[in-house]
Design a protein around this ligand. Sequence first.
Ligand SMILES: Nc1ncnc2c1ncn2[C@@H]1O[C@H](COP(=O)(O)OP(=O)(O)O)[C@@H](O)[C@H]1O
Ligand SMILES: O=P(O)(O)OC[C@H]1O[C@](O)(COP(=O)(O)O)[C@@H](O)[C@@H]1O
Ligand SMILES: [Mg+2]
Length: 569
Amino acid sequence: MASHIILPPEDADENHHREEDGEEEEEREELGHDGGERAPPEQPPKAALPFSATCVRISRDSYPNLRALRNASSVSLADAAYVKISEGDFGYVLDDVPHLTDYVPDIPTYPNPLQDHPAYSTVKQYFVNEDDTVPQKVVVQKNSRRGVHFRRAGPRQRIYFGPDEVKACIVTCGGLCPGLNTVIRELVCGLSHMYNVNSIFGIQNGYKGFYSSNYLPLTPKSVNDIHKRGGTILGTSRGGHDTKKIVDNIQDRGINQVYIIGGDGTQKGAYDIFKEIRKRSLKVSVAGVPKTIDNDIAIIDKSFGFDTAVEEAQRAIDSAHVEACSAENGIGLVKLMGRYSGFIAMCATLASRDVDCCLIPESPFYMDGEGGLLEYIERRLKENKHMVIVVAEGAGQDLIAKSIAKSDQQDASGNKLLLDIGLWLTHKIKDYFKTKKMEMTIKYIDPTYMIRAIPSNASDNVYCTLLAHSAIHGAMAGYSFTVGMVNGRHTYIPFYRVTSTRNKVKITDRMWARLLSSTNQPSFLSQKDIDEAMEDDRLANRPPLPMGANHRVASSFEQSSSTSSNGEI
Ligand SMILES: Nc1ncnc2c1ncn2[C@@H]1O[C@H](COP(=O)(O)OP(=O)(O)O)[C@@H](O)[C@H]1O
Ligand SMILES: O=P(O)(O)OC[C@H]1O[C@](O)(COP(=O)(O)O)[C@@H](O)[C@@H]1O
Ligand SMILES: [Mg+2]
């Protein structure tokens, strides 16, 4: 197999001329809502992906490009073989997703059945233009390069699966998150109602279910009201990702669309599955729907269920506030989820306005001495007689590790098992006030599993529906990708992009400053911490590598890596 998959320039040029000649417009009209019979399968044009930008071939030999990609977005050499970059004018870069035609020859195409769907018949321009892309960075200056773009999600005029050909499966992996059932429901109903697919199966209990359980037939009827329930009707698990066994089963059972709902670990697994499918030249689309309550998935604006989680966290914070206010020197301490990223804690704190201190993994803090947490708590109690603290579960792990014998345990997926920061803080705070001989009461609330087990709220339900539909349209069009909203638009993102970094709260961004000013807590940061945060920022914003023609790709990636997608306004 070739070590690169970038389209040859001649194919792209051909399409460029095609569009200029207006052929694409003609084709659109030809395929319009004529209500006539379905057009017969058509052999695809020579170019796998119609796209009018100049394509750049990236292989292991084009080292400067690889170096630029790796520097800017942690692309490993192995992943670089799967990177599909197209360049356009003014520094435009398309970070494209793989397509079936990259590795399966002569696939027939079909007109999209949506064109005959009564519900969609009045939509003025229902199909997205093949050339539509979405910029990763929307805040630009007059002379900015156009930067990195992702392929816009949505229905295509021509699809790569025949009417009765699709055999789809859906799997959910990793921790729970509000909205999982809604995504499952909308995948089943969307496939069935939009594309007349009636062979859909649920994989039970995560990745291992591909090879160790029966596949569960799913119909619009069987999933009708599952969105009203929390959890996942399919079950989920950590660990158990055996790429070969999974793809053997996909192949043996004739599955040709795989919908994979899960977080960063799951998307890494989806990428491995895609690579194996490609290696075997199977006509199978792999569509990842990113899920995580922690909101730490790179590139995308926000993960589904996050709003629901922040909303539900208010109930715990309200209770903590009531408890704190009702006691002399009362402290309400709430632990929220967030293993490496404190987005839920930050947003729940900002939404509540009753919180006096928010602790997150990204912002180190210390307990003792001047400017420390204990001193702040004492001052706040003396001023206000009560206080509320919100702590993300991943915060202060370094402090606990210093005082408790370190245990480096991992879960079945290899995620670090955390020590209970809430319990640890409770004891530390109690001990401190005992030595100060100051009366106080602390109530520790851990609502973490209650928050992630609830059904999604109304806006998350709508979000889940759109994600599911975008995933279906992309799979039907023959792409493999992680679907995600980027700057408010649904896009198809290459797997390597969402798995190579993790989204974190930037303590040098205005959002964290807003939080500090709303709680009035000390920043706890030493000069060293500030220097390190600034250095991280500087590295993300470093100037492009001087490398001639390849400079354009490098600079675009470097620009994009400095984009903060979550919360920076
Ligand atoms: N690096 C990886 N490569 C392949 N599969 C992975 C990888 N990391 C995790 N997985 C698989 O993805 C699934 C979910 O991962 P996990 O980290 O538990 O949750 P999440 O996807 O929510 O981050 C598990 O079945 C796990 O085996
Ligand atoms: O007890 P579990 O199932 O391992 O889940 C705990 C973890 O799941 C999460 O809610 C989300 O993790 P994932 O998105 O990786 O599944 C973390 O915040 C938390 O640390
Ligand atoms: Mg994860």
